[in-house]
Design a protein around this ligand. Structure first.
Ligand SMILES: *[C@@H]1O[C@H](CO)[C@@H](O)[C@H](O)[C@H]1NC(C)=O
Ligand SMILES: *[C@@H]1O[C@H](CO)[C@@H](O)[C@H](O)[C@H]1NC(C)=O
Ligand SMILES: *[C@@H]1O[C@H](CO)[C@@H](O)[C@H](O)[C@H]1NC(C)=O
Ligand SMILES: *[C@@H]1O[C@H](CO)[C@@H](O)[C@H](O)[C@H]1NC(C)=O
Length: 182
């Protein structure tokens, strides 16, 4: 039996419609906070969200590492809102220098995959000088993991030589299926 081209197109559209290759997914930043705890090692010049449209919010960040950082660890947590933010699945400590060489653990690689194209923070250690994130927005097609509709917070606490230097905490919204929602 030969495939009917009309059926193929119809099936393709149906697939696209059902699996989020359309605007039925909202995945956007709702808040971003950056705070340095040691301004003689890391300073933020900029940390700002800008709404381009209702569902597209850009994040821009500029920070400076004032002395070479060779020993960087990260505490990453994901929280989900339900009467305040509650811990949700992810709570990891990561050696950032090792991560950038090995691209593991996978959950961190997933987060990194969302933002690596928007930043110069895409090399191995050491880190020195300007650290830039430019016009970063969330692309649902890069989130290769089904997550439930909700409001989330991803907190990243950055340690140099095991001492806390700064936080970057981001809140975001994920809405899976607008059509069935209303
Ligand atoms: C703050 O940064 C300086 C480097 O400029 C470093 O020598 C010092 O240990 C850091 N202090 C803390 C508490 O992290
Ligand atoms: C890192 O990003 C810059 C642009 O910000 C790009 O020119 C460079 O090729 C990237 N490096 C790697 C290793 O991906
Ligand atoms: C970032 O989130 C952590 C909790 O994961 C919290 O302890 C810290 O105070 C937050 N930082 C800022 C600047 O809000
Ligand atoms: C990072 O710095 C801490 C504190 O100085 C030290 O205990 C640890 O061994 C260092 N880690 C590496 C990989 O150098």
């Amino acid at each position: 039996m030969r495939a009917n081209p009309f059926a193929c197109v119809f099936f393709g559209v149906w697939i696209a419609f059902h699996f989020g290759l359309n605007d039925a997914v909202i995945f956007k930043f709702t808040n971003f906070v950056c705070e340095s705890y040691n301004k003689s090692w890391f300073v933020f010049q900029n940390c700002r969200l800008k709404a381009l449209s209702r569902n597209k919010v850009l994040f821009n960040m500029k920070g400076t590492v004032l002395h070479p950082a060779t020993n960087i660890t990260l505490h990453i947590q994901v929280l989900k809102r339900a009467n305040g933010y509650k811990p949700w699945l992810v709570d990891v400590h990561v050696d950032a220098c090792r991560f950038l060489r090995k691209r593991s653990p996978p959950v961190v690689n997933l987060i990194y995959g969302l933002f690596k194209e928007f930043t110069n923070i895409n090399h191995t250690c050491p880190f020195m000088g300007p650290q830039i994130v430019k016009d970063f927005y969330l692309k649902p097609e890069l989130l290769r993991l089904p997550i439930p509709t909700g409001d989330y917070m991803l907190t990243m606490q950055w340690y140099f030589d095991k001492k806390i230097q700064f936080d970057t905490n981001v809140s975001f919204m994920f809405v899976e299926d607008l059509i069935n929602r209303n």
